[in-house]
Design a protein around this ligand. Structure first.
Ligand SMILES: [Zn+2]
Ligand SMILES: [Zn+2]
Length: 336
């Protein structure tokens, strides 16, 4: 096996390295900066140049080496290269070739071009390791233009009614993606400190985002009437929100496709937007690899691997510690 599944993470014996390990290892190849993939404590790190700033921001001064997309590097008897996963800026699928056999570990991915992340590129391989966060046919994402019109329409309506719009978004990926969809002519865009910290890193690497104002104690609904506020989901309904007076709350997640979830989250509006592939995205991505062996790591693993088997794939489930897009944002949120 080019890659093996161990209790520390995905392991390559030929190169003696792990991919996105969840326990400390000597050498870790990291697909992207979300907390369930990039963890502290490894002896050495390798990630793409565009993933590195966020990983450093989150993990501090770690021994991190960088690689360009498409660049091939020899590690032991393995040849590795990183390819765009379209999930968040810098996110990668990791291709590992040993003795002519090619495996790809895709981490998290999405096939829709969000205009910010490097668009997903299918990589031909013999075995493909896939997530299945939204691996049921009910998950299909609306068009980006429709989504933008929905969010901006909600914002404009709230502003007219004298309400502040507060939208719950994960700080890495989702927040920046929503920012690019907002129409800044509708009013000021305010950000929670956790969101703004990631915005600074993303802007620092040359990706353009609309102007935002970080919420400080002297800002409220009077200083910025009709504002759109982007905050981590955990801030929704918290004391932090009181400064905004009358608010309408929204939550942006793939889970908003489910009605009951929206109610549980206690948001007034749900917007179906995810940094993970939907059902069609997963299926088209897997087809494009040409692989016949598929390993499903997280999400609807049982249902999705069963589906793949009916489609003629040699598919199986792999136990990992990856979290996908959780409602409680334990995996996708800043640890701070
Ligand atoms: Zn992720
Ligand atoms: Zn993940």
């Amino acid at each position: 096996m080019v890659l093996q599944f161990t209790d520390r993470g995905i392991y390559c014996p030929a190169g003696d390295f792990h991919i996105d390990p969840w326990r400390p290892v000597p050498r870790a190849l990291i697909t992207h900066g979300h907390a369930d993939h990039a963890r502290p404590g490894h002896g050495a790190y390798l990630a793409t140049r565009t993933a590195a700033p966020v990983i450093r921001h989150r993990l501090g001064d770690i021994p991190l080496d960088t690689i360009a997309y498409g660049e091939t590097r020899r590690i032991g008897d393995a040849q590795v290269s990183f390819h765009p996963a379209g999930h968040v800026p810098g996110s990668a699928q990791i291709r590992v070739e040993v003795g002519g056999e090619i495996w790809v570990a895709s981490g998290d991915y999405k096939t829709v071009d969000d205009g910010l992340s490097e668009p997903f590129e299918p990589v031909r391989c013999h075995a493909f390791i896939t997530e299945s966060t939204f691996g049921l046919p009910i998950y299909s994402w609306p068009d980006q233009a429709v989504l933008a019109a929905d969010i901006n329409g909600w914002w404009a309506e709230n502003a007219t009614a004298g309400r502040t719009s507060v939208l719950g978004v994960y700080s890495l990926g989702k927040a920046q993606r929503v920012l690019r969809l907002l129409d800044p002519s509708l009013g000021p865009i305010l950000t929670h400190g956790a969101v703004e910290a990631t915005n600074r890193v993303i802007r620092g690497q040359g990706l353009a985002l609309p102007d935002t104002i970080q919420v400080t104690p002297d800002l409220d609904a009077k200083t910025h009437p009709g504002a759109m506020v982007l905050a981590p989901p955990s801030a929704l309904g918290s004391a932090w929100m009181r400064r905004f007076g009358a608010v309408s709350t929204g939550f942006a997640s793939g889970w908003m496709r489910l009605r009951g979830v929206r109610r549980r989250r206690a948001a007034d509006r749900g917007f179906v937007i995810s940094d993970h592939a939907d059902w069609d995205g997963l299926n088209s991505a897997i087809r494009a690899t040409g692989a016949d062996r598929i390993f499903v790591t997280h999400g609807y693993t049982a249902q999705f691997s069963r589906w793949l088997t009916t489609q003629g794939y040699d598919a199986g489930i792999v136990e990992t510690d990856y979290g996908g897009e959780t409602l409680d944002e334990v995996t996708e949120e800043d640890p701070a």
